[in-house]
Design a protein around this ligand. Structure first.
Ligand code: AP5
Length: 259
């Protein structure tokens, strides 16, 4: 993808600190959160954190993995092209994924902001996204993305991925080692039988981790150079990780019981 990104200084939007200072008096579900980007290896907890953020602010989680799996499930043309690539643990082409994201970001529920989970995943996607976001506003304000990289050690990642189970009905995420359902194999909320993702098989996991190191780690460097990256220690319980993430969005007041 040959998109040329705007330089950091040209991104005329509020940063995380500025937006939290201006909106610190508001209830979470009225805050214009703007764009949030969650980076991290497969299994780092991007989906888990995105669901927690989405629940607090009432903004959508946009997971490119979920959108692709939905297309695969419905047998669309895009899904047919993506299926083979995903089953190998490789990345789907930038063109397909960027087209899908453009369509999703035009929907009305993105008006106060959104959480990108699993996107961008290549520097080409990051450059493309910068151009797209530079033209967007949230409740009338322009905002630079808050980019959070969730760091987790290799052995913990393996256990999280092999132990993951998902509810096919409501998307709730469990883990047989760390966050088991109350009844074995069933969703706590709706009782549906939990499923294991096809790409959580051990041979595919190792390919996914290789793709991550080769193609997605440079995305963190891209944002670091622009001064937008925040590292969060993801090797802790999900609610502790979430407290750090919320602090980055709202500032220290969130810990003092504001909202
Ligand atoms: P995608 O669905 O995005 O998968 P991923 O990035 O590999 O990430 P995961 O969903 O596996 O992990 P996660 O970080 O969300 O962790 P989770 O919260 O579930 O992508 C799948 C495929 O689609 C890719 O391989 C690629 O082919 C394609 N694709 C997607 N986006 C693309 C793009 N932009 N470009 C090109 N191709 C793309 O947690 C994992 C487990 O750990 C769960 O069981 C959870 O309960 C547990 N857990 C979470 N947090 C904690 C914690 N703090 N402590 C203990 N356990 C925890």
């Amino acid at each position: 993808m040959k998109a040329s990104p705007p330089a950091a200084a040209e991104f005329a939007g509020e940063g995380g600190k500025e937006r939290s200072r201006k909106q610190s008096h508001m209830p979470p579900k009225e805050i214009a959160v703007g764009p949030m980007i969650l980076l991290g290896a497969p299994g780092a907890g991007k989906g888990t954190q995105a669901k927690m953020i989405s629940g607090r602010y009432g903004i959508p989680q946009i997971s490119t993995g979920d959108l692709l799996r939905d297309n695969v499930g419905r047998g669309t043309e895009l899904g047919k092209q993506a299926k083979v690539v995903m089953e190998r643990g490789e990345l789907v082409s930038d063109d397909l994924v960027c087209g899908m994201v453009t369509e999703r970001l035009q929907q009305a529920d993105c008006a106060r902001g959104f959480i990108l989970d699993g996107f961008p995943r290549t520097t080409g996607q990051a450059e493309w996204l910068d151009r797209l976001l530079a033209g967007m506003a949230y409740a009338g304000r322009t905002m630079a993305p808050v980019v959070i990289s969730i760091q987790v050690g290799y052995n913990q990642l393996l256990q999280r991925l092999t132990g993951r189970r998902t509810c096919p009905a409501d998307g709730k995420i469990y883990n047989i080692y760390f966050q088991p359902p109350q009844t074995d194999g069933k969703c706590d909320a709706c009782g549906a039988v939990l499923v294991q993702r096809r790409d959580d098989a051990e041979d595919v996991i190792s390919e996914r981790l290789k793709s991550y190191e080769r193609q997605t780690l440079p995305v963190a460097d891209y944002y670091r150079k622009l001064g937008r990256l925040h590292d969060v220690d993801g090797d802790r319980a999900a609610d502790l990780v979430n407290a750090d993430v919320l602090r980055l969005i709202e500032g220290p007041a969130v810990l003092a019981g504001n909202g």
